[in-house]
Design a binder for this molecule. Structure first.
Ligand code: NDP
Length: 283
């Protein structure tokens, strides 16, 4: 058996073209969606991420404002910038690229963003909204995973989903979203005793660990759906996920590749959230 691919590039293209259409309609009414991207310091990976986000905005007709600051920017000055962006009517989404320099309290900065503009979904109010089922912005990466499952018409009701990883930005919100879709959810982490015993029970596995190819074929029930969030480098320095793709694809029914899977969907969901924020602001 060879799994079918869930193509994050193709799905992103489709979703981004819908975003572009809706953005154009808002722009025609004089309300172009706007995203502020704040980068502090010169972390090379952050620079690449930010560039990709700005480019994706441009391609979808979302205005992006890039604010780049020296690593020496004080926490107080950054907080003042966030306050200004919160009240700027042309800005609908605010994204502060993480990590921030060590002298800045990242959580404090995130909490300073208005929940109405929290398109990354990291604010505690957004996390609370997800947990309680209230409207709010969902973190982009797990939201992208849900979109991929919806795209293949996978009915999660009553299915057993195993999430590996419990970070605030991927694992935990992923588990809540799956629960919201009526799956029975198990969350595994570094203290889980017998990971394989858990994953072998799963109809759906979401791997969000950060360890190259750690989910091996013997850990996957035949026919399971496997979503790979991981972004790692293998021994040859090639980008790879947390899933041993070449072998797991012979066991799974559906699988996401790395690259070309969850990665592009993350940026796509940022565009979707920004558009949604703009639409809510217009009323
Ligand atoms: P974190 O490092 O914050 O979390 C990793 C999680 O994996 C932790 O909960 C940790 O457990 C758990 N873990 C570590 N080792 C094991 C193990 N041996 N068995 C089971 N669980 C384990 O990472 P993130 O959630 O931020 O990211 C996860 C991966 O996803 C990374 O590769 C990252 O690069 C990638 N990523 C990809 C994105 C994309 O757009 N494609 C976006 C965001 C992340 P514990 O809590 O006990 O420490």
């Amino acid at each position: 058996m060879t799994a079918q691919l869930i193509d994050g590039i193709a799905l992103s293209k489709q979703l981004r073209s819908e975003v572009a259409q809706r953005a154009a309609a808002l722009t025609a009414r004089g309300r172009q969606p706007g995203l502020a991207v704040v980068l502090v310091g010169d972390n090379p990976a952050s620079q690449v991420y930010v560039r990709n986000k700005v480019k994706a905005c441009e391609e979808s007709g979302i205005r992006s404002v890039m604010e780049k600051y020296d690593a020496t920017l004080s926490e107080a000055d950054l907080l003042a910038r966030i306050t200004a962006l919160n009240t700027d009517p042309t800005i609908h989404g605010i994204l502060v690229q993480l990590p921030l320099p060590a002298h800045i309290d990242a959580q404090k900065v995130i909490e300073a963003i208005s929940p109405d503009k929290d398109v990354d979904g990291f604010h505690v109010a957004s996390a609370g909204a997800l947990m309680t089922g209230l409207p709010g912005f969902w973190p982009c990466t797990p939201h992208g995973c849900i979109k991929m499952l919806e795209h293949i018409d996978y009915d999660l009701k009553g299915k057993h989903a195993v999430v590996i990883g419990r970070s605030n930005i991927v694992g935990k919100p992923m588990a809540l979203m799956l629960l919201g879709k009526n799956a029975t959810v198990t969350v595994c982490h570094s203290a889980t005793k017998d990971l394989k015993a858990q994953t072998l029970q799963a109809d759906v596995i979401v791997a969000a660990v950060g360890k190259a190819k750690m989910l091996t074929a013997d850990m996957v029930k035949p026919g399971a759906v496997v979503i790979d969030v991981g972004m790692n480098r293998d021994e040859q320095g090639k980008l790879c996920g947390d899933v041993d793709f070449e072998r797991v694809k012979d066991v799974a029914s559906w699988i996401t590749p790395v690259p070309g899977g969850v990665g592009p969907m993350t940026i796509t969901m940022l565009l979707v959230n920004t558009l949604e924020a703009a639409q809510r602001a217009v009323g």
